[in-house]
Design a protein around this ligand. Structure first.
Ligand code: GLN
Length: 454
């Protein structure tokens, strides 16, 4: 009933691509039955979760918000979704997103943009971007359509939409969550994580999603810590680094004020604040926008009209024509842009100039962080350089869109855990996020500092 009451709201936001209320109801029934039988409750017993449409779900259409996967119904379940069901959760539906997770506003979806439930306090009703690529997830959680949703983060796609919609989201250390059954964008960067109303819910959900998986060669063979039990907002003895290179030119005064507010909150929680330097920060964005498209162009080669979803087979056409027609028709503009950039930087003549160079920069960025960890335990930065922008405001300008990822991309390149937590509102009444970045595997530290801010 609660679900049905929410359907109209969900439709207005365009957050859901597929609704699966029966799946969620079955989980609720199982939770009731377990309670009646006196069984110990599972961590997510009966909780209805929204799944980003990048996760393959058995028998439920999965599209990555692209026409090229139209008609694809996976015969298998992603490890992350299976882990959630094993923890007692149920699926409310598949959530809209940027096509193949490429974007920062959810406007590259083949199924229309998602609308944020937020409005500016100027009396107008201008529709705002929910962030991206996990924009269906952020919008659904912010609108209270579900208590939690999965996201994936390649260069910020959990953290930036969380910041834009006033919710929390954590990208764990690369390798914590299995990538098996999650449609690949850039394999060396992709990580799943939870998006929820608060830090505690994120800790609970992440605990269910994470874990070693022999089906993913980059999965970390480690036990999942008891993150929820370890939550504490007392930061005594922790050193928080403020990376001076993140104070970028033209940073709006209210973002700076938010950052200062975050510093004060962490100091009040017992932390010591130190200034640190991450000298190669300015090269992170260009390196990311070489490496991510390179990996994407390779990963997306499999969509050829033969194996999955869409097939355009013009009358009398040969195999090459089928490939060309299917890919021309099936991929959106941003996906094509990335494939072209990726194939270009990987081509024999330019490989060393672009791809090899970007990989070297990636190593320098990882070393910047390693050096910073000699002086501090965690880092505090803003999540994004602005509050949510209006739909259509940046959609014709890819570079302006890419610049939105300036604070989230470095920690992605280094594979570090990072979380966005609501920090306050801007002058338009829109939410702003603060980001905590941690050492490899220190999700607990990241969650605890976020809790101190919340
Ligand atoms: N906005 C970034 C991009 O378009 C990040 C996307 C993501 O993290 N999936 O690549």
């Amino acid at each position: 009933e609660a679900f049905n009451a929410n359907v109209a709201a969900a439709d207005a936001l365009n957050a859901f691509l597929v609704k699966t209320p029966d799946h969620a109801l079955a989980a609720a029934d199982a939770a009731d039955a377990a309670r009646a039988a006196g069984d110990a409750p599972k961590p997510l017993a009966g909780v209805p979760i929204g799944m980003k449409d990048l996760f393959c779900t058995t028998g439920v259409a999965t599209t990555a918000a692209s026409h090229i996967l139209e008609g694809f119904v996976p015969p298998y379940e992603s490890t992350v979704s299976q882990n959630l069901w094993d923890a007692g959760a149920g699926m409310l539906g598949k959530l809209n997103m940027d096509q193949f997770a490429m974007g920062s506003s959810n406007e590259t979806s083949a199924f229309g943009n998602v609308i944020s439930p937020w409005r500016r306090n100027d009396g107008g009703n201008a529709a705002l971007a929910p962030g991206g690529s996990s924009g269906g997830s952020s919008s659904a959680v912010a609108a209270r359509l579900c208590p939690g949703a999965t996201g994936t983060d390649t260069g910020g796609s959990i953290r930036q939409p969380a910041a834009f919609t006033g919710i929390s989201g954590i990208k764990p250390t690369y390798g914590r969550c299995s990538r098996w059954g999650t449609i690949a964008f850039a394999s060396s960067l992709d990580q799943a994580g939870p998006m929820a109303r608060d830090v505690r819910d994120c800790a609970i959900m992440l605990g269910a999603m994470a874990g070693f998986d022999r089906k993913d060669a980059t999965s970390l063979q480690l036990d999942v810590p008891a993150w929820e039990a370890g939550l504490s907002a007392n930061l005594t003895g922790k050193r928080i680094g403020i990376p001076k290179e993140y104070r970028v030119d033209g940073m709006p005064a209210e973002i700076e004020a938010l950052w200062q507010q975050g510093i004060d909150w962490l100091r009040d929680a017992g932390a010591e604040i130190v200034e640190v330097s991450l000298p190669h920060t300015t090269y992170a964005l260009p390196a990311y926008y070489i490496i991510a498209p390179a990996e994407a162009s390779s990963n997306l080669a499999r969509y050829d009209g033969v194996r999955y979803g869409l097939r355009d087979l013009p009358e009398g056409a040969g195999l090459q024509d089928m490939y060309a027609a299917t890919r021309a028709d099936g991929f959106g503009d941003e996906v094509k842009r990335r494939i072209m950039i990726g194939t270009y930087v990987l081509s024999a003549g330019f490989y060393d100039a672009y791809y090899t160079q970007a990989q070297k920069v990636r190593t320098l960025i990882a070393r910047d962080f390693e050096r910073a960890w000699e002086q501090c335990d965690l880092l505090l930065t803003p999540t994004a350089p602005s509050a949510a922008f209006g739909l259509g405001e940046k959609s014709d300008d890819p570079i302006a869109m890419y610049l939105n990822d300036v604070f989230t991309v470095p920690s992605s390149l280094a594979g570090l855990p990072a979380m966005s937590v609501p920090g306050g509102l801007d002058h338009q009444g829109l939410p702003l996020g603060l980001q905590i970045i941690g050492r490899p595997l220190d999700e607990q530290g990241v969650l605890n500092a976020s809790l101190a801010i919340e």
